[in-house]
Write a protein that binds this ligand. Sequence first.
Ligand code: NAD
Length: 368
Amino acid sequence: MNAFTYTAAPARIVFGAGALREVGAEVERLGARRALVLATPEQADAAGRVAALLGERAAGVFAKAAMHVPVETAREARETARRLGADCAVAIGGGSTTGLGKAIALEAPPDSPLPIIAIPTTYAGSEVTSIWGLTEGGVKKTGRDARVLPRTVIYDPELTLTLPLPMTVTSALNAIAHAAEGLYAPDGNPVVALMAEEGIRTSAAALPALARDPRDIEARGDALAGAWLCGTVLGSVAMGLHHKLCHTLGGTFNLPHAQTHTVVLPHALAYNAAAAPEAMARIARALGLTGLDAAADVQHAVPRAVQALAARHGAPTSLRALGMPAAGIDRAADLAVTTPYPNPRPLERAALRALLQRAYDGAAPAAD
Ligand code: NAD
């Protein structure tokens, strides 16, 4: 038995096809009267729909969210919120838009906090974490702060029907990555393990159905429920090697977020497999892998099954395909061992360099 401490994140979750129509009632429930609606330029229409549903409760639309939350965008959004007298923000979109909402909440004056309602349209999971990120001068800073946790999350699978299939696959693998690392987190606990295993199971099971029909609303619901579970794991426990590598690769070489997670995950799992046998057994069960008797078989099969899941659905499997320069492998290996972070297997530079080379080449995952 392991001792543990668990603090549940105090968020209200409203889930269901058509749940978007509850947005007005949810703003009212927060005691807010003027909501600033946030989106990316690509999802300006969705933001307009939210504003129309809010009617008088809409203070305005700010559709300039961008990947990795540039500090200039965050400043402009804050200024817009102040100028329009917004007393809450509604963020409709993926992790980039949720991140913009968090950046506004982070700097809100203590005497007038700005609560966020998040309406996620990808599987990134940011809506249920208190992790914020801001990019200034090409450097992304991240931190945890309870003020940025969205107070309410509206999950409406109908809003994900437009998510293109390639992004659907990589975003679901991004979600699976949160749960997989949560299973070997040093601060894990039984509730998180349950959520992680079920999150992986639900997310992975949705992909074949979505590949057949990206407008399958039942499968969209499963994928979004999986994203909620996996995101909750991310928000609850410390992440390890995989998230560190993806953060480093994304920030240093400007690689796309979900795709980078998809490529790296099998390799990070292979690196950690022998040091985290229980986590591997749970992932194997969640992926429906059968006929594996010895722990070594499980440790070999799980990373390969994750890579096959991505490849089968047309996702990228190499960092080269994402545009990483070959010369960056050594730099990434150096960065991966500079700041300490929790990981079941000690960080060994030579083995990490080999891992990165395999991820760069799109080779099969291996432990050494
Ligand atoms: P994203 O938010 O950058 O979205 C990618 C593109 O897809 C955008 O153009 C967006 O408008 C579009 N899009 C989103 N949903 C759509 C839909 N349903 N239909 C059509 N187009 C849609 O991508 P993401 O992967 O969700 O988020 C990545 C960002 O989130 C990264 O910056 C990452 O660091 C951050 N993130 C933060 C956390 C956290 O806990 N703080 C967790 C996960 C990700």
